[in-house]
Design a protein around this ligand. Structure first.
Ligand code: RAM
Length: 332
């Protein structure tokens, strides 16, 4: 554990020493520093911090996804971060460290994957979790003609955004039997948001369910791993979910992924930096109905989130298919 604390500290120290400045530091803690979605969130966060004239500090678990976000938060408190935006792997594992941050007067917001409402001021929400979950089931049903076996390949049971989306997928499936009674959810599989584990999980689904028709993966790592595993196996199984156009273009063109959804992760990070800035400068306090300026994203309003707290919603998920993927693959 100490090694990881030093690793976090070393990474942050390098970031700060490289800057050599005493600028205010806004920090972002991601789920995994190697995840391409998280790297794009970092880019937007850094772009906004540059516009705001502050230092962006980027940290999080390494490639192994080890749940050391709590240690990164503690290191950021020690380093004097002005505020922390975090994309959560496990709310319970973070509780004590976030309590320490709050006691130290360091404001906490969450982005992409929520901190519990008791420990965050506000959440930066990429899109409605209800819309994401229900649209993925509706799309999947359309792809397989409303009948057959399908599986969900998510990350871990603890990741709040993933768990929320899976809950809304199950809600949609169970709330409309007249639409989905001929579809069978045979397994919810877990790929840890890591490529190898996700590919193994997809391989196991293909081996265990020979009549499987579809895998729905609400994770950019999982959807790519599933598509590549299906293609390598020469399987007729279809894949959809949430994916980066730059990574999924070939699979959309081949038809393995007829279409998928996402939003711009860079804008999630960008919005988070402006939320931190407005909180620190008194432009908002995280209360329902407050309006603030988010730079190039214009004025934004704080709304009620589904978990009893408040959030700022970026927008709606966008659909990517053969008609638009060649344009979007250059941008995300
Ligand atoms: C995964 C992460 C992230 C999620 C995206 C869609 O890599 O779990 O939190 O928003 O994909």
């Amino acid at each position: 554990m100490k090694i990881r604390l030093r690793a976090c500290a070393a990474l942050i120290a390098v970031m700060l020493s490289a800057s050599g400045s005493a600028l205010a530091q806004y920090a972002i803690v991601v789920k995994d520093t190697h995840n391409p979605y998280m790297i794009r969130m970092r880019e937007g966060f850094q772009r906004a911090c540059a516009e705001l004239g502050v230092e962006a500090v980027f940290t999080g678990p390494g490639a192994d996804g080890y749940p050391d976000q709590a240690q990164c938060v503690r290191t950021l408190i020690e380093q004097g971060a002005e505020a922390v935006a975090i994309a959560v792997n496990d709310q319970a594992a973070l509780a004590d460290a976030l309590n320490e941050a709050i006691a130290a007067g360091v404001p906490i917001v969450s982005l992409d994957s929520m901190v519990d409402p008791q420990r965050r001021i506000v959440h930066i929400q990429q899109a409605s979790p209800e819309m994401i979950g229900r649209v993925l089931i509706q799309a999947g049903a359309q792809m397989i003609g409303g009948k057959g076996q399908f599986a969900i390949l998510t990350t871990t049971p603890a990741m709040p955004n993933q768990a929320d989306w899976v809950r809304w997928m199950e809600y949609e499936l169970n709330a409309y039997p007249e639409k989905y009674s001929s579809m069978e959810l045979v397994r919810i599989a877990y790929g840890l948001d890591e490529y190898a584990a996700s590919a193994d999980a997809a391989r196991e689904l293909l081996d265990h369910y020979p009549d499987l028709k579809l895998i729905i993966a609400p994770t950019v790592v999982g959807i790519r791993a599933a598509a590549e595993t299906v293609e390598a196996a020469g399987s007729p199984v279809l894949v959809t979910g949430l994916g980066l156009p730059s990574e999924m273009a070939g699979h959309i063109q081949s038809g393995v992924c007829p279409w998928m959804y996402l939003w711009n992760p860079s804008n999630v990070g960008y919005l988070a930096a402006y939320v931190i800035d407005t909180l620190l400068k008194g432009g908002a306090s995280g209360m329902l109905g407050e309006v603030f300026s988010a730079g190039a994203l214009g004025d934004r309003v704080i709304t009620e989130s589904g978990d009893g707290g408040t959030e700022v919603v970026l927008g709606n998920p966008q659909m990517f298919d053969r008609t638009n993927i060649m344009v979007w693959k250059e941008m995300m």
